[in-house]
Design a protein around this ligand. Structure first.
Ligand SMILES: NC(=O)c1ccc[n+]([C@@H]2O[C@H](COP(=O)([O-])OP(=O)(O)OC[C@H]3O[C@@H](n4cnc5c(N)ncnc54)[C@H](O)[C@@H]3O)[C@@H](O)[C@H]2O)c1
Length: 311
């Protein structure tokens, strides 16, 4: 079986995928429309791998030089796509662009190559209906930063061959990610449906003046999020009573009546956008965003080490 992966688009997500695939010895070929991007991606990946190794955080089975040796750049799409077991598309979130890029891949790919998109918002049916190999399309939606947050949602289009979704899942497991396989495409997939449910309620609570931005965020970071890093919401309920049936006996009425108090869905616009932005910028000034992202990545690394040690 081919051990080659093609990466199309060498930005933030393309680089992370390249490192994850190379970690277990896949031969990775990165293509980008911008020659400069490929160069900077290779420099960045080498630096990242070395620094991860130095800090004892390198994933995969090979050392950093061996991993880096598995990654090549190209400015010819064909060199990335030819004979690849899977092509991971990581171009910007623009539907017309995704349709065009996949058509280009489809024209030169082998019939057995998996077409895997990193899109965070577009249903796979929207950018694969025109492809001759459309049965090979899946979305493999990562969570940023994928190197530290292992979840990947695998989403089929209505015409995806189930064997393709299954093989993609096996590859994701092989590289050490945590795949979940959706049975069908739904808007927002699952990560964003859950995320948006939470975000909509934070919006309404701020609008109501119940808590300010800092304290709402604390409810997650120092409250619910502490548990959710280890247990999902359903297992949490199971443990918070004598099992799930007991939880429903005890709390179903409360969940129902509190949920009836939820305010209708609001569009995120108007003066509250500026108000929330102002409070967030007091917490993290805009010129400190990168510093805070670096801190977030460090915190996530430590969390993933802790999770591993508990397994
Ligand atoms: N950044 C995130 O947090 C995140 C998380 C999950 C999924 N995603 C998804 O991953 C995808 C990529 O996002 P990103 O943040 O890496 O974007 P990015 O802007 O960092 O990188 C995109 C890269 O694609 C290249 N590109 C543009 N047109 C191209 C073409 N025709 N052919 C080849 N390369 C081309 C650009 O030069 C750039 O290097 C998007 O679909 C995004 O929704 C992003």
């Amino acid at each position: 079986m081919s051990r080659k992966i093609g990466i199309v688009g060498s930005g933030l997500i393309g680089r992370s995928w390249a490192m994850l695939f190379a970690g277990v010895g896949y031969q990775v070929v990165i293509y980008d429309i911008e020659a400069k991007q490929i160069e900077s991606a290779l420099v960045d990946i080498e630096q990242q791998l070395k620094s991860l190794e130095k800090n004892g955080l390198l994933r995969g089975k090979l050392n950093s030089s061996q991993q880096f040796a598995c990654i090549k750049g190209t400015n010819k799409l064909e060199e990335a796509v030819r004979d690849a077991v899977l092509v991971q598309e990581c171009v910007p979130e623009n539907l017309e662009l995704k349709r065009k890029v996949w058509k280009g891949v489809d024209d030169i790919a082998e019939p057995s190559t998996i077409f895997s998109s990193s899109t965070s918002t577009f249903l796979p049916s929207l950018f694969s209906d025109h492809l001759k190999n459309k049965k090979n399309i899946v979305v493999s939606h990562p969570v940023n930063p994928p190197y530290y947050v292992p979840l990947v949602e695998i989403i089929p289009a209505p015409w995806t061959d189930p064997a393709v979704a299954k093989k993609t899942r096996a590859i994701m497991e092989e590289i050490g990610q945590t795949p979940v396989s959706l049975s069908k495409e739904v808007p927002g997939f699952v990560v964003n449906r859950l995320q948006y449910a939470l975000l909509n309620e934070t919006w309404n609570l701020v609008a109501d003046g119940v808590l300010d931005v800092k304290d709402i965020d604390k409810v997650m970071s120092d409250g619910l999020g502490m548990r959710y890093a280890f247990l999902g919401p359903l297992e949490t309920t199971h443990l918070n009573a004598e099992g799930f049936v007991d939880y429903c006996d005890k709390y179903a009425n409360t969940i129902y009546s509190v949920s009836k108090d939820f305010k209708p869905l609001q569009k995120w616009e108007g003066p509250q956008v500026g108000e929330i932005a102002k409070q967030l910028e007091n917490m993290v000034p805009k010129d400190k965003l990168q510093e805070r992202r670096n801190w977030r990545d460090l915190a996530l690394t430590k969390l993933s080490q802790l999770k591993k040690s508990l397994q």
